[in-house]
Write a protein that binds this ligand. Structure first.
Ligand SMILES: Cc1ncc(COP(=O)(O)O)c(C=O)c1O
Length: 448
């Protein structure tokens, strides 16, 4: 059947058969139509007469057939490589809890979860109940911990989806236990102990008493305890040693009160790479799995893992690429992009790419960043716009419309890392990767 008019701009629910996006075959209709969908029982119609369910998913649905030149390629072999590298660093007695929050730092949580598990991760971690539910709905039944705070109204959903919950107070644990008992089940918890971050977790001075009170709560199973470092990526100048000592003291104090805590964990990527004494039962790497050292570009760890290095180092997972959509010669003195913040000093060749801050390319790269064309670094000239960015191609012989352009990744001998971009604009690889917008289609390559 054909849906047309406004309804064509919305989308049927997830349970519906996948529909193909086709031009409308109603004469004069300019809408896109979803054919072969199972709305036929609701009848054909226009405007709001045809009910649709999941408007928020409309773009994602359309992107299933995307031919957009701007794409993020996610290399699942690189994810597997990075997981194995972490495993080699921590040894056989320590497990890997792969941190997949923020849609796996922008890479796509479901495929990355599968790649991590295939490469030997035994736990997954997310920040929100919704992220956990999404993984469960995708059929991922691995142990899964919520490592960020949640509200009481989310507890029932978390428990129903078998998510282990990070708890930051005895009060939270008690409320969670009540919800689990009402559901006729048991809530699994990992206690976060705040050893200095002053963010989430039971403050260290109360931690032993509150942990010791947990067994009195029916409906609760204490599965683990963890802490989070203030600055593990720079151990020399950081507070990680003091935090570790405090964490150990609290665990020993709980043990002395007869509390057995099955799983202890502390290390994020910085801890994995820089703090060999902090691995406990599990480590929680995030950024390292995506190929970057937490300390920024060019960092080399104690264990020799260098971001962006060769086969032995961490391998960046995401490539953000696009293609030249216009190449134009302009005279000297031409102003480029909004407000003419760049003016050509010579006759120049300008290349346009359909990639802008609406795709997650930081606007602060205006007149500062580069992209790779034909293996050369080409300056971004003028303001980065929402959907478009202009490059100076004057020094790239033969650059032509359709040429591949790499914004993050490798081309020939050149490479631009998400960490390089982060350093240029005053942030880090984490924010750059998480910022790659959902409208950029992700292509998955590799079979870990
Ligand atoms: C509690 C917790 N553990 C682990 C991680 C992973 O950190 P990283 O990406 O630095 O490895 C994070 C991320 O911020 C976190 O909040």
């Amino acid at each position: 059947m054909t849906i047309y008019g406004q309804a064509a701009l919305t989308i049927v629910g997830r349970s519906q058969q996948k529909a193909r996006v086709l031009p409308c075959d109603v004469e004069g209709c300019i809408a896109i139509c979803w054919k072969q969908c199972s709305l036929s029982q609701q009848g054909e119609g226009t405007g709001s007469n045809v009910t649709t369910v999941d408007e928020a998913g409309a773009l994602a649905w359309a992107m299933a057939d995307s031919r957009r030149g701007t794409r993020a390629t996610v290399d699942l072999d690189a994810v597997g490589h990075n997981v194995r590298l972490v495993r080699r660093t921590i040894g056989p007695d320590v497990g890997v809890m792969a941190v997949l929050k923020a849609d796996a730092y922008g890479h796509g949580a479901v495929p990355v979860a599968r790649a991590c598990l295939a490469a030997g991760a035994s736990w997954l971690a997310v920040a929100t109940v919704d992220e956990g539910v999404a993984l469960r709905r995708a059929g991922i039944d691995a142990s899964l911990l919520l490592i960020a705070p949640t509200f009481p109204e989310e507890y029932a959903v978390a428990v129903a989806h078998d998510l282990s919950v990070g708890v930051g107070s005895l009060g939270m644990a008690a409320e969670l236990a009540t919800v689990a008992r009402q559901a006729g089940t048991v809530a699994r918890v990992h206690v976060e102990v705040d050893t200095g971050l002053n963010r989430f977790g039971i403050p260290a001075q109360r931690a032993v008493d509150e942990i010791a009170a947990l067994p009195a709560l029916p409906g609760l199973a204490l599965e683990g305890a963890y802490t989070h470092f203030v600055a593990s990526e720079t151990p020399q100048g950081g507070s990680a040693g003091a935090q570790l000592a405090l964490f150990r003291e609290i665990v020993d104090g709980a043990r002395a009160r007869g509390i057995y805590i099955p799983l202890l964990h502390a290390s994020n990527s910085g801890g994995v790479l820089e703090l060999p004494g902090a691995h406990f039962d599990l480590v929680r790497p995030g950024i390292a799995l995506y190929g970057y050292h937490p300390a920024g570009p060019g960092s080399r760890s104690e264990s020799g893992l260098e971001s962006g290095s060769g086969a032995d180092g961490l391998r960046p997972v995401m490539t953000l690429s696009t293609r030249l959509v216009r190449v134009e010669r302009v005279p000297p003195g031409a102003g480029v992009s909004y407000n003419g913040t760049f003016r050509t000093a010579r006759e120049s060749v300008l290349g346009l790419v359909p990639l802008g801050y609406g795709d997650g390319l930081p606007r602060l790269l205006s007149n500062r960043g580069h992209m790779l064309v034909r293996g050369r670094r080409c300056p971004i000239v003028g303001r980065v716009c929402m959907d478009q960015t202009v490059l100076d191609l004057t020094d790239v012989p033969g650059a032509a419309m359709g040429d591949e352009v790499v914004a993050i990744g490798r081309q020939g001998e050149e490479r631009i890392g998400a960490d390089d971009i982060g350093a240029l604009v005053g942030t880090n690889a984490y924010e750059v990767l998480c910022g790659i917008a959902p409208r950029v289609p992700r292509d998955y390559v590799g079979h870990p």
